[in-house]
Design a binder for this molecule. Structure first.
Ligand SMILES: NC(=O)C1=CN([C@@H]2O[C@H](COP(=O)(O)OP(=O)(O)OC[C@H]3O[C@@H](n4cnc5c(N)ncnc54)[C@H](O)[C@@H]3O)[C@@H](O)[C@H]2O)C=CC1
Ligand SMILES: O=C(O)CCC(=O)C(=O)O
Length: 444
């Protein structure tokens, strides 16, 4: 049996009931086959792949908090510090009822390669809790965040592990967590990114993941002889990534006609009104049913359906495995030319293979959504030098990073005779740097 197959089998056997982690490992390992085969003897001797798929550390803890009626609730908190070969652990905190150890491990594993692709010195980690902020008052969210950070603060720091936002963790939650960290540890340092501008945040971090996704998509079309201007786009989700992806798509001359949340989706043939979306989701924290009040000519549908709309480009920006094989077949039949993953692993393995087989330009999340974590690393740099850069400076660096990632993944794919396969390209380009650093640092 090949080394890659042995590793995939061992991961499944050793980590039962973690299907998302298996899926993430399988996707990466399949892409690395050609590199691993060429270095099999050395990698086996060093147990390189065994070390890569085993987190350096995983922390699981109790998070008790009191609701507005005086009732005590207990949630589970996680932080998986996956790999620190190229820098301090870096990755977001997800607050969603679906969170469990397997989900955090898949996200942490992806983060290793994504962070490497940015070209910046950040290792891979991820965390979160099964707490659901939806429908909770600000005081309840604060109570949860303070309790969560009371334990987490023992394991993180500006030079060791720097968490940030993810699903359910936005500016409000980061603020409460930062306050609690400072209160307990007594240090004012850049321990979290995605902070508010008044206490060390970076301009453009809020926009970065969505903007970065569009910079990469634009470049990908460009190197394949196409222009993003004039293209029709479907976006799923209506959170941080989706909102700023739609905004940048419009700025680049494309038209985005859909958005969704966990209960339904909207189709607006004239183009999604970003200001209305921001008001509904960022200010009112309401459901998308409200969108019709702002745009009477739009349609609202319950359930899932954005991938049934005929578009040139699909940008899944909600959550994992939200785009399956049936969706992929519909998109291809409707003439879709490119897919960029704004979310982490939103496309199933089967759907990904279908896109690749049908020559759809497919940008995997670890490349396409790397603009968020890259800008977090820029926030860390600004915190270290006690300076704030302008929006234009940060945005220009973000754009350059996304353009570089596009070329690096395209070049890596070409080097290994897989031209146009950006899944292989992104995984190999991310892996190469991590392996070099792990090898240089000896067995650890
Ligand atoms: N915020 C960031 O900087 C980055 C986020 N990501 C990824 O992007 C995705 C979205 O994250 P954010 O926009 O930050 O979160 P968010 O909490 O701001 O928005 C999440 C969106 O996805 C929808 N959603 C969540 N769970 C869902 C489900 N089970 N079914 C259908 N819709 C669902 C929500 O309704 C919401 O519209 C996630 O996969 C996240 O890991 C990736 C890189 C960076
Ligand atoms: O900004 C960060 O540190 C993390 C962003 C993140 O969680 C992700 O890239 O999935």
């Amino acid at each position: 049996m090949s080394y890659v197959d042995e590793i995939i089998e061992a991961v499944v056997a050793k980590n039962p009931s973690e299907p998302e982690f298996h899926q993430a490992v399988k996707e990466v390992m399949e892409s690395l086959r050609v590199v691993v085969d060429a270095n099999e003897e050395k990698f086996r001797k060093d147990a390189l792949l065994e070390r890569l798929v085993e987190p350096e550390r995983q922390i699981k803890f109790r998070v008790p908090w009191v609701d507005d009626k005086g009732q005590v609730h207990v949630n589970t908190g996680y932080r998986v510090q996956f790999n620190s070969a190229i820098g301090p652990y870096k990755g977001g905190l997800r607050l969603h009822p679906s969170v469990n150890l397997g989900i955090i491990k898949f996200l942490g594993f992806e983060q290793i390669f994504k962070n490497s692709l940015t070209g910046l010195p950040i290792g891979g980690g991820k965390g979160g809790s099964d707490f659901d902020p939806k429908g909770r008052s600000d005081r309840e969210v604060m109570a949860f965040c303070q309790s969560f950070m009371t334990e987490l603060c023992k394991h993180i720091g500006a030079d060791t592990d720097v968490p940030a936002g993810d699903i359910g963790t936005g500016g409000r939650e980061i603020g409460y967590m930062f306050g609690q960290y400072k209160r307990i540890r007594g240090v004012y340092e850049g321990v979290l990114t995605g902070k508010g501008l008044s206490y060390g945040g970076s301009l453009a971090r809020t926009e970065a993941t969505g903007y970065g996704l569009l910079y990469l998509t634009e470049e990908l079309l460009k190197i394949n002889g196409m222009d993003i201007a004039g293209k029709t786009v479907a976006v799923s989700g209506s959170g941080n990534v989706a909102i700023y992806a739609i905004q940048k798509a419009h700025q680049l001359g494309a038209k985005c006609v859909t958005a969704s949340d966990s209960t339904g989706w909207v189709y607006d043939p004239e183009g999604i009104d970003v200001e209305a979306l921001k008001e509904i989701k960022e200010v009112k924290r309401a459901r998308l049913t409200e969108y019709k009040n702002y745009r009477p000519n739009s349609e609202y549908h319950e359930g899932k359906g954005v991938w049934n709309i005929k578009v040139d480009i699909a940008l899944p920006c909600a959550t994992q495995n939200e785009l399956d094989i049936e969706d992929a077949k519909t998109l291809v039949a409707n003439g879709c030319i490119a897919v960029g993953e704004g979310a982490n692993m939103p496309t199933t393995l089967e759907a990904t293979e279908y896109f690749l087989a049908n020559k759809v330009l497919f940008a995997p999340g670890k490349a396409a959504n790397a603009g968020g974590v890259a800008t977090s690393a820029l926030e860390m740099s600004q915190n270290s030098e006690r300076l704030s850069w302008t929006f234009e400076e940060v945005d220009a660096k973000l754009k350059q990073i996304m353009v570089n990632i596009t070329h690096n993944m395209a070049d890596a794919a070409k080097r290994y005779n897989a031209e146009g396969n950006y899944v292989i390209g992104a995984n190999i380009a991310g892996f190469e740097k991590v392996v070099e650093a792990m090898t240089a640092q000896g067995i650890c």
